[in-house]
Design a protein around this ligand. Sequence first.
Ligand code: FHN
Length: 460
Amino acid sequence: MIELKYGASRAEPRHDAAMQRFREHRVGQFIHWGLYSLPAGRWEGKDVEFAAEFLPRVAKIPQQRWEALANDFTLADFDPQRWADTAVALGARYMTITTKHHDGFCLWPSAHTDFHMGNTPSGRDVLAELIQAYEARGIDVNFYYSVLDWRHPDWRFRLENDADNLAFARYLDFAMKQLEELAERYPSVKGFWFDGTWDESVKANGWWTWEVERMLKARIPGVVVNSRLRADDLGARHVDSNGLLMGDYESGYERRLPEPWDHSVAARDWEACMTIPQASWGYHQGPWAQSTLKHPWDVVDMIAHCTSLGGNFLLNFGPRGDGSMAPAEVEIATRVGEWLAVNGEAIYGCGFAEGWDYPGWGYFTRSGSGEVFAVVTRAPASGRIRLRLPAGLALADVRLLGKGLLGSGTYPFKRLADSLYEVEFGGRQIEGAGPLVFAVETCALAGPVSAKEPNPDVLD
Ligand code: FHN
C-alpha cells in the first residue's frame, strides 16, 4: 500500500441512508443549461457541428460577444414547475443541474464573480426555484460544477512556472469559495457532480479535491460526491494509487456504458450519464443533433443495463435558451416514464443479480428483497427466451409485469435442461408498450432432467 494523504477515504461502499437513497434512485435527469442554450449550436447563421456548450471555443467567439448573450437570457419561457413535470414524466428520482459550466457562467448570483444569472434581465434565482419545484415532487437535486473555467484569469491548464502556481492557487481559492457559497445558499442539495478536473493543473493539486470533498461533507451531512472530483497525492484520478475509489461513486461512464457481462463493475457504486442526441449536452438546434435523438427504448435498454450492474443512469436534457424544454426530449421522457410506471419494480431499488449470467436478450436485475427480473430489451423474433438460472435452482413462476400479447400474469415455460428454461412470450410485443419484463421466481432444483430430453444447446 502506498502512503497517501489525499487518497480514498474508505475501502468499502458507503451504506448510510443518504447513499442508500441515491443508490436506489437508479434514474436521474441531468440538465445542461447556460448561455450556450441561446445560440444552441448556431453562430452567425451557421451550424457548428460540435457539442453546443463548446460553441465559444469551437467557433472562437470573442469573450465580449459571448458575455453579451447574458442580456438575452430573459427566461421568457422558463417555468421550474414544467421542468419538474418533465422529471416526473421521465420517472427520474433525482436531478443534476449545471450550476457553472466550462464558460464560467453561474446559474446562481455568486458573490465571487459578476458573470451570473443575477446579472441577466430577469435576475431570478433559478436554482432556488428549481429546488423548490423538484423537492415538492420528491425529486432530489444535485449540483454539477465545472472546475475547468475558460473565463477566469487565474485558471491554468498546466502549471509551468511560479506565476502559474500562484495564479492557480488563487483560482482554487475562488472555486472553493463558490462551492462553500453553493453549500450555504442551497443546503438541501443532495449531491455534487464535478467535471473539468482532468487537466494537469488539477491533478497536481489532489489535496484541493480532498479538501472540497471534506468541506462539502462537513457542511451538508449525507451529501454524495462523484469520483470525477478527485485526484490523489500522485495525480491518480477517480481511483487512487492503491486502487480504491475516491468520492462516493464512479462517474467515469460518460456517453458509454460498461460491458454488460463485466460483473466486476457491480462491486462499486457508479453512474453513467448520457445525451439524448448523439453528442451534445447543451441544446443544439441543428440537424447534426436533432437527427440523432435516441429512441425511448434505447434509453430503457440503457437504464436496465445500468441497473443490472448496480449503476444509476443520468439522462441529459438541454432546455432551450428561453427556458422551455425541447418538445422532442419531453416526448422521449414521457415514453420512458410510461414504461417505468409499469416496469419500475425491476429498476428502482434494484441492482446486480449475482449468479445470473448476462443473457444477451436483455438483462437480469434483482430487487433489495431478492426478486429477480428479466428485462427483455432485445426480444427474439421467435417469441421465446431462454432463462439460464444459477446452478441448483429451478423455475417456479414467470410473471409478466404489465400487459403482453398473452396478457399479464403467469407465463408458460418449459424446462430444457438443468436450470435452463424456455419462456414463451408470444412473439411481438404490444405496439408501443416497450420491452417486456418478467418477474422470475425460483426454488431449489429437485433433480436432473431426464437423459432422454434433448439438450437444445447441443441441437442449436
Ligand atoms: O465537457 C463536458 C461536457 O460538456 C458535459 O458537461 C459532460 C457531462 O458529463 N462532461 C464534460 C466532458 O467530460
